[in-house]
Design a protein around this ligand. Sequence first.
Ligand SMILES: [Zn+2]
Length: 483
Amino acid sequence: MRDGRRMLLLSMLLLLACATNPVTGKREFMLVSESQEISMGREADPQIVATYGLYDDPELAAYVDEVGQKLAAVSHRADLQYTFRVLDSPVLNAFALPGGYIYVTRGILAHMNNEAELAMVLGHEIGHVTARHSAEQYSRATLAGLGLGIGSLVVPEVAQYGHLAQTALGLLFLKYGRDDEHESDELGVQYSVAAGYDPERGATFFEVLDRQQQESGQALPGWLSTHPAPADRVARTRARAAEVKGQGVYRVGEATHKEQIDGTVFGEDPRQGFMDGDTFKHPDQEFQLEFPAGWRVVNATTAVVATEAKDQAQLQLTLERSEGASPRAFVLRLAEAAQAQIVESGVETIHGYDAYIALLQVTRNGQTGLIQVGAIQREKGGLIYQFLGRAASRFRSWQPLLLQSVRSFAPLQDRAALRIEPNRLAVVTLARPQTLAQAAAGYADAPVAAEKLALLNNLQVDTPLDVGFRLKIVRGTYHGGRK
Ligand SMILES: [Zn+2]
């Protein structure tokens, strides 16, 4: 949070400067210098990593980095240092921070069918960096005095969305303009070709992104919400790709890509927490918690946020360092830091754990708000499970529900939940010609429907497949949570 404010201030203090756009060569109004761009990315990167988590597969990370560096080397800003990361999220997205930080989710990698598609997506993201789209957007947002917070939180200093500081959050949720998208599509084609990847095969992936429905309630925004589709993207990019490619021979890399993603976690990883009805269960941390019925729950690596259907109330759970403090000392310190008045408070024992519950009153800009705080400690001096609850209005009518949730925190004893495993992607080689639906039916343990497999392979359910075709299927027994 402190970083976010400092960054904003820095930007405001900068003289309004014009800079030359590395892609167009044109002078344009820019509030952010290149060195600031780099430091913006460098400061936001650890926050992104802490919030969404890196996918633990060094070989997969090395593969993405290798393809990414090839493209970066032929880009308009080859001198920048690029960092490519694989985030542990099932959402289909890829995004870039200013300064050369580029992220792909394990979800988007799972949906790609070859290396050329990866090259196209990475090339597109590199394009946002080289054409300085997000730096430019940041300039505009700062200019308009919008700041980059997510608004509406009663006390942003206390209650951060999933601990993501304002800079990273703002950068992540910036939506590119359609012209920027068009320009990045063009750069994706150029960089793919220059790095030797087949741009026509790469452009096919835009079909998958168009076919994929945006799933709500995810901790990370999806591709379409940050990269609006320009009209006829697929047709236009394909046509452009064919033109640029000419008669050359280019790499597709189907076998390589499928080998790299074989065995990766697919969909939500229930070991990091999943919803069983209205109960949130966390097998790795061995706790459970009841949320009010029907609330929307978003589970990020560092925070679980439950929101009432009409956004009238919200409860957030985060894991905090106690620095040796008891729950009471922890809450008192929090109240002091937020310059809050303690309205109600008391020591409690919640399912055997030491806890402290307090109601804080905070005043900001002449407005007063109430925040329900709960701190639970499972071992003395250990980490604190911190709850922050708030309501848009009539706090007292929501308070009993918020408290009921906090007090439902308990050790996880459900043995099936403790043993649960995520589903995984498997690449199978077909031994005889059949349709995708027929092939799918042969795997009785597949936890996803044929339609989903069709999307995953960018085929139709009735597409006839040849012997030797490498089909991606999903294996596992996890059916819970969001599909
Ligand atoms: Zn884009």
